[in-house]
Ligand binder design. Structure first.
Ligand code: TXA
Ligand code: MG
Length: 340
């Protein structure tokens, strides 16, 4: 299959809409990361997403809508007051909510679960595409399973060339990490995956917000994740990633990896001078810039052939929680701290 990379002109959007209605898969930008979309109501089309990604069949997909009235047919009961308040506050935007699913949503989309994850993206190209398709779009991140998520069309092409007919190029994604996934089925909203909408923002609307234990911790042996995606290796480049955390961690990590090992260091802009002449990539000034650049930097590390990648930790608050969730998984929870 030949993969076309197109600017999101009205013609390209209407072609992409046709591909989607015909049961094909299309790569497209959202404000978080690029997605790989298919008609969410067509199980055979959704199957092609799993094939293109090499995604485990028990990991459910998020359904993307572009208008509030598209929600009702997907869910089993009227959204409660908490769900309504969160939708009013954060849709369109990087928030995914989990609802009991309706009969209309194929089991393939939800990996057999009786719930469905729904989000309304804010990116104009994503919204125009959903509208052009005229159907809700199931879309995971557009990476090959296990790889860092794509935040540019070039990253999507790197993973999906020859696997999908069309990728829409909407430029780099603003947020850079995926949406916040929130489970409302237990009373208090619970973050299963942190993302662009923060815990504090959710708590301000819903009066409370819990963070699932698995967000910053590895699953215990035999522990069943609330979100199937949590159990897989994720976001990982080919090189081995280690996180360093704390004021003295830099000395500890430099002692461990001497210059001859030629490690690639990913750190905040202010910390660049601490590494002298070593190979470094800047993640910018703060947690927001880290979120926007982390996946790009991990992909760049692969292109540089880095075998050892050392990445600076950030406080796990605000969007920093999402950064640490992705980083700890990319590093398979390898952390060097002040104790070394
Ligand atoms: O920002 C995003 O959410 C991006 C863009 C493309 O919209 N999409 C995305 O999809 O990150 P994906 O498939 O890479 O991640 C979906 C996550 C997985 O961890 C999955 O296990 C979880 O959402 N999920 C989906 N449906 C679920 C459900 N019914 N219950 C619990 N977790 C669910
Ligand atoms: Mg993903």
């Amino acid at each position: 299959m030949k993969t076309e990379l197109l600017a999101p002109t009205p013609e390209a959007l209407s072609r992409a809409g046709e591909w989607l209605r015909a049961g094909e898969v299309v790569g497209f930008p959202t404000e978080t990361v690029y997605g790989l979309g298919a008609n969410a109501l067509d199980a055979a089309a959704v199957e092609k997403i799993f094939a293109a990604k090499g995604r485990p069949g028990d990991n459910p997909l998020i359904v993307h809508i572009c208008a509030a009235e598209e929600l009702a047919p997907l869910i089993a009961a009227e959204p409660g007051p908490q769900a309504r308040a969160l939708m009013d506050a954060f849709w369109p935007g990087p928030l995914t909510l989990i609802f009991p699913k309706s009969e209309k949503v194929p089991a393939r989309v939800t990996a057999g679960l009786d719930t469905v994850a729904v989000r309304m993206p804010s990116h104009p190209v994503a919204r125009a595409l959903i509208e052009a398709a005229g159907v809700p779009i199931a879309a995971p991140s557009a990476n090959r399973s296990g790889r860092p998520s794509p935040t540019t069309a070039a990253d999507v092409l790197e993973d999906m060339n020859g696997r999908v007919p069309l990728i829409l190029d909407g430029g780099p994604c603003q947020v850079g990490v995926e949406s916040t996934v929130v489970d409302l089925t237990g009373g208090v909203p619970r973050v299963l995956r942190p993302g662009g909408v923060t815990r504090a923002q959710i708590a301000a609307v819903a009066s409370a917000c819990e963070i699932d234990h698995a967000v910053l911790n590895p699953l215990g042996a035999g522990e069943k994740p609330r979100s199937p995606g949590m159990k897989y290796k994720h976001y990982a480049p080919q090189g081995e990633v280690t996180v360093f955390r704390g004021a003295h961690a830099v000395e500890n990590i430099l002692r461990r990896y001497d210059a001859s090992q030629d490690a690639l260091i990913l750190c905040l802009e202010n910390d660049l001078p601490r590494f002298g002449a070593r190979r470094c990539l800047s993640l910018g000034p703060d947690a927001e810039s880290m979120a926007a650049r982390l996946f790009l930097a991990l992909r760049e590390a692969d292109r540089m052939g880095a075998k050892t990648i050392l990445c600076e930790a950030v406080e796990p608050v605000g969007v920093g929680l999402a950064v640490m969730n992705r980083l700890l998984r990319a590093a398979a929870f390898r952390v060097v701290d002040n104790e070394g």
